[in-house]
Design a protein. Structure first.
Length: 366
């Protein structure tokens, strides 16, 4: 992106997107500043540049993802979980580009409204349910494809405080055709409230579309839920390993063609078109893309999780494999593996010192 930065400023992205793109461009470079360390034992010198910590950065999500997953492990329930995907039709893509917060907020609202409506209905379940939702806005080719990946426990808490399992006996959550119809109605109601004065032709077009709610088979066990969370929670539009080649004019990346059996293929885009597509997936400032609802919300789970677990005393959850959450130790020398690294200098946003100054600092430390 460094080579094309002057052009990036003129492709029509807004000021917030420019700010995010600049952070990604400067991540772990001299432009971010850093610190100069040296080992008092073996004399090795290490220059470490600061990371941007932006949630859209492919280099800054690993530790955040592990910490988030570790917190969710303690909340796992000894019940079946379902994976449900709510997808918006491409009719809304233009509106999503101009009013992303409203479009995506309405998606969360309509998805939870659909699940809770079916859950509260005695014909289906008659219990209070919960849901964890993760927003993805992209397709494999970086096109705009807003959808929610939802993890839903297969049951809920009745008015008497008892756990009720879904009547489908674990085969599916609720009928997807019926859910699709309810989801469409709830979304249209939500977006009309959030964006008054929507074009009537747009609304009519939404009702003409066949909306899709996709329900996968239930997870096999709690470990499968954790593995799923690891893949989807802190994912970004495209990761570094998918980018195969960059030259002065183009970017080539890999993608899966799901219309042809998920075959792996390559796509080459003009560099500015690549940046434009990536920018479509930069979320509004402060937007929350992982949300918890119902008995899994921040307030609901404090009572619901212990209550549900107490009703399954004979069921022992298989503890997940330990996850590597070791914090970075700045004192550990990468060469002699002893805690003998000392800080020589905090680097401002102007790069490292010259070689002569560097050697003098190391000499003075010994």
């Amino acid at each position: 992106m460094e080579k094309h930065w002057p052009q990036v400023l003129n492709i029509g992205v807004n000021s917030w997107q420019i700010r995010v793109l600049r952070a990604l461009k400067d991540c772990r470079t001299a432009a971010m500043g850093g610190h100069l360390d040296a080992c008092t034992d073996c004399g090795i010198v290490r220059i470490s540049y600061n990371s941007c910590r932006n949630r859209h950065c492919p280099k800054c999500q690993g530790n955040k993802r592990e910490l988030w997953i570790a917190a969710r492990e303690a909340e796992l329930l000894p019940v079946p979980y379902f994976h449900v995907v709510f997808t918006l039709p491409d009719t809304l893509n233009r509106l999503a580009l101009h009013r992303p917060k409203e479009v995506y907020d309405a998606l969360f609202e309509a998805a939870w409204g659909t699940v809770s409506t079916f859950g509260n209905d005695p014909k289906n379940l008659g219990a209070a349910m919960g849901m964890i939702s993760i927003l993805h806005t992209w397709g494999q080719q970086l096109s705009l494809h807003p959808h929610l990946h939802c993890i839903v426990p297969g049951g809920g808490i009745s008015n008497k405080g008892k756990w009720k399992t879904a009547k489908t006996k674990g085969k599916y959550l609720f009928p997807v055709n019926a859910m699709s119809t309810v989801f469409r109605a709830k979304y249209v109601k939500a977006i009309k409230a959030k964006v008054p004065g929507l074009d009537k032709h747009l609304i009519d077009g939404l009702f003409k579309k066949e909306w899709v709610v996709f329900a996968k088979r239930p997870f096999g066990n709690p470990k499968s839920v954790i593995e799923y969370l690891g893949r989807y929670t802190h994912k970004i539009a495209i990761s570094n390993h998918r980018i195969r080649d960059i030259d002065r004019k183009t970017v080539t990346f890999s993608y899966k063609d799901y219309r042809n059996g998920a075959q792996k293929k390559l796509m080459t885009l003009d560099a500015m078109e690549f940046v434009r597509r990536f920018s479509m997936h930069i979320l509004p400032k402060g937007f929350v893309r992982i949300r918890h609802f119902g008995i899994l919300s921040s307030s609901g789970k404090k009572e619901a999780i212990p209550l549900i677990k107490s009703q399954f005393p004979q069921v022992a959850l298989v503890p997940p494999e330990p996850r590597s959450l070791e914090a970075y130790n700045p004192k550990l020398c990468p060469h002699c593996k002893t805690e003998t690294m000392v800080n020589l200098e905090i680097l401002p946003k102007r790069g490292p010192p010259t070689h002569a100054k560097l050697m003098e600092k190391v000499r003075m430390q010994k």
